[in-house]
Design a protein around this ligand. Structure first.
Ligand SMILES: Nc1ncnc2c1ncn2[C@@H]1O[C@H](COP(=O)(O)OP(=O)(O)O)[C@@H](O)[C@H]1O
Ligand SMILES: Cc1ncc(COP(=O)(O)O)c(CN)c1O
Length: 287
């Protein structure tokens, strides 16, 4: 059955971040992807120069109106990433709420893109909008450690802190929280990167349970941009197939699928997808 994703993220002419990073892998996995480009930039903002346009809230509304007038505004997922404008982000929330009214089973996957390694790379005034308006309507969020700390106001120095931060994030709304990367030490040594996940469920008898997972990824000695966007897209894909088991989102199948189509996948995108080859070591956290 068709599964349709509305993906609201950046577009770059050169490189793979935002929609350029997320759409093709999702399409390979069988999803229909309708993309709205929150910005159209020459390249990602880590370059010494970048130029381009930022879509305004009114322009976003016009695009959405067009979709609505044709009565094709039926989505199973909304996926959002990089944005630069507060009123645009507020409009995203209005759209998500309207789409959720139309389809109460719609899942909103939000990568709260604010910054990394101690500093913000989007305007500061986006922060309160994410905290007060966006995260409360999200079902799945994928902050990195810096974003998780910023959203909760709590530092993460230990795994116990991280679990408390994930609980604070659950209390804000989302049932699934994944801290996509952290500075926490790995038990496997300093060549591994630790990600942590937490998923709340309601059992059939009404009681609640929370599954926590730790993911240890072999570190590649390089800096990647756009991997957070790919991570969020792949989490969407695998939570679709295994909605109640965060443990099985190993990305292994994604890798097989991407490499199955190897000859058609551009080298630079394949390099990023290679990162996900090793995302296969999950532990259930008992704390
Ligand atoms: N240097 C790296 N080595 C191995 N995996 C990486 C590396 N950088 C990113 N990744 C993978 O990409 C995922 C998302 O990266 P992260 O930096 O957390 O995203 P964001 O860009 O949102 O901060 C990580 O969970 C990890 O799987
Ligand atoms: C235009 C754009 N889109 C998306 C991102 C996010 O990239 P990542 O997935 O690495 O967080 C960035 C990072 N600065 C960016 O500049």
């Amino acid at each position: 059955m068709e599964c349709r994703v509305l993906s609201i993220q950046s577009h770059v002419v050169r490189g793979y971040v935002g929609n350029k990073s997320a759409s093709f892998p999702l399409q390979l996995l069988g999803f229909e992807v309708d993309s709205i480009n929150s910005v159209q930039f020459s390249n990602h903002t880590g370059y010494s120069h970048w130029k381009g346009q930022v879509l305004t809230a009114d322009e976003l509304h016009v695009l959405y109106e067009g979709i609505k007038l044709n009565n094709v505004h039926h989505y199973d997922y909304v996926l959002t990433g990089y944005t630069r404008d507060t009123s645009f982000l507020e409009m995203v929330v209005d759209i998500v709420q309207e789409l959720k009214r139309a389809n109460p089973n719609l899942v909103y996957v939000c990568d709260p893109v604010l910054g990394d390694h101690g500093s913000m790379y989007v305007p500061q005034n986006l922060y309160p909008v994410y905290k007060n308006k966006v995260v409360p309507v999200a079902d799945i969020i994928t902050p990195n450690q810096f974003e998780a700390e910023l959203l909760t106001g709590k530092n993460i120095s230990t795994e116990k802190d991280a679990v408390e931060v994930m609980d604070l994030l659950h209390a804000m709304g989302p049932d699934t929280v994944v801290i996509t990367s952290s500075d926490l030490p790995s038990r496997l040594g300093d060549r591994f990167l630790v990600s942590l996940g937490s998923q709340r469920h309601v059992r059939p008898d009404g009681s609640r349970t929370t599954q926590r997972v730790r993911l240890e990824v072999p570190k590649v000695d390089a800096v990647f941009v756009g991997t957070g966007d790919l991570f969020a897209a792949m989490l969407l894909a695998w939570t679709h197939h295994y909605p109640t088991d965060l443990k099985v989102h190993t990305h292994k199948q994604t890798q097989k699928k991407l490499f199955g189509a190897q000859s058609k996948v551009p080298e630079s995108l394949r390099n990023r997808s290679r990162l996900f080859k090793d995302l296969q070591r999950f532990d259930e956290l008992v704390l």
